[in-house]
Design a protein around this ligand. Structure first.
Ligand code: NAG
Ligand code: NAG
Ligand code: NAG
Ligand code: NAG
Length: 300
């Protein structure tokens, strides 16, 4: 004798959208080769173990979450198929999560620290969190993912959703995704000095340019101090030249040829760029300095 046929339940989505519905389809296999209407099955639906509806076609549209199953029946007395597998349909709640970055820089450098956070506003509801990303390293299922020392394995798109702790069948939609890019390059700022020739009484302006200029950088300003024995130079922090918010720095009363260097830093713990190449301001009388190779050949 043939095995008892089994009902099969399919859902077009796993959660009822806000104000919408989910279509469930019940079918009996092995299905007869003729059309379903002539097969004589009636479809019995169950929600959370209780009888829900009985319909002559296998399609039903539901707008409440729950654990659904179905079976077919026909004849008199009714011959029932085996029950389908149960399908959990969640209810979508309207508070949509948002992924935020702290600090809010979408491009960061290897070794920087950044936190990716899933924020769900509304009430004092407690949530379980779930992340989806195409990065190599997966965040744990928590509201906050702190990346202490970023690498390119953290690059990717991130989105999250929540499930109510108190009522596990209530979820919300996926947030929009946020892209995090971790660059393996160490940035090196570019310093400009103007004017490049000293004139009595005039000030000199240093300007430090870094990639992604608005993204939280502060600046460090140094004078290059030549060390004749080492044929090199060391850097001496300029007065009030530590961590300025401005990307420019003004020097008054400089009378001799001098070299300057800058670098930038941001974050907590602070991440530092490389030092810029040194740049010089020249005094007319002296071009006999350690950086002789970079001495300009002509005076203006
Ligand atoms: C919610 O889920 C629980 C199990 O997680 C289940 O027992 C309960 O029937 C569900 N309630 C509704 C209304 O879906
Ligand atoms: C980052 O946050 C700062 C202050 O919190 C804000 O002024 C800036 O517009 C934000 N930038 C981006 C790209 O969201
Ligand atoms: C997070 O939860 C989802 C769904 O419960 C699961 O598929 C995934 O593996 C979990 N991820 C981690 C990193 O635990
Ligand atoms: C993640 O997906 C986006 C869009 O599909 C793609 O542009 C990006 O390169 C992917 N990133 C990784 C790390 O796979």
């Amino acid at each position: 004798t043939a095995a008892k046929p089994k009902a099969e339940l399919r859902a077009d989505r796993t959660a009822v959208p806000v104000g919408g519905s989910v279509t469930l389809t019940c079918s009996v296999s092995p299905s007869s080769s003729s059309s379903s209407s002539s097969s004589g099955w009636k479809y019995y639906w169950y929600r959370d173990g209780k009888s829900y509806e009985a319909l002559t076609n296998g399609l039903i549209s539901v707008s409440e979450g729950g654990l659904y199953s179905c079976r077919g029946g026909r004849g008199e007395p009714v011959y029932y198929t085996e029950d389908s597998e149960s399908v959990r349909i969640d209810t979508t709640v309207s508070n949509r999560p948002v992924v935020t970055l702290y600090p809010n820089w979408s491009e960061i450098y290897r070794g920087e620290t950044i936190t990716v956070r899933c924020e769900i506003h509304g009430g004092d509801t407690e949530w379980d969190y779930e992340w989806e990303t195409n990065s190599t390293i997966k965040p744990p299922n928590q509201t906050e993912y702190r990346i202490r020392s970023a690498s390119s394995s953290n690059s990717g798109n991130y989105r999250c959703k929540g499930r109510m702790k108190s009522s596990q069948n209530n979820t919300n939609e996926w947030s929009d995704s946020v892209t995090l890019t971790v660059s393996d390059n160490k940035p090196r700022p570019v310093l400009t000095v103007s004017p490049s020739w000293l004139s009595p009484g005039a000030s000199v302006t240093l300007n430090c340019q870094v990639e992604h200029p608005s993204a939280g950088w502060s600046f460090y300003w140094y004078k290059a101090v030549p060390d004749l024995s080492e044929k090199s130079s060391s850097y001496e922090l300029l007065p009030d030249g530590s961590g300025t918010a401005q990307d420019s720095y003004i020097i008054h009363g400089q009378t001799h040829t001098a070299g300057y260097v800058c670098r930038a830093g941001r974050g907590d713990p602070e991440y530092h760029t490389d030092h810029s190449q040194p740049k010089f301001v020249w005094s007319a009388e002296s071009c006999t300095w350690i950086y002789i190779s970079t001495c300009p050949h002509t005076e203006p």
